[in-house]
Design a protein around this ligand. Structure first.
Ligand SMILES: [Zn+2]
Length: 60
């Protein structure tokens, strides 16, 4: 497994954790998050940023 695959797995895991929290949590919505939801979202956003930066997508 390469470092990139590991990053992708963590990015996907953070995405799933955030979505599962959001659907289970009564306080989290699309526009507001509870403290736990905010932490999950920030971890997901950080990993997504790192992953997408590494991908270097071509501009169309
Ligand atoms: Zn929440």
């Amino acid at each position: 497994m390469t470092a990139k695959d590991d990053l992708y797995a963590r990015y996907q895991g953070a995405h799933t954790a955030h979505r599962e929290h959001q659907s289970a949590c009564g306080d989290c919505t699309d526009t507001s998050r509870c403290p736990a939801g905010q932490r999950l979202f920030e971890r997901f956003a950080t990993l997504q940023d790192a992953y997408l930066n590494r991908q270097r997508p071509k501009r169309r």
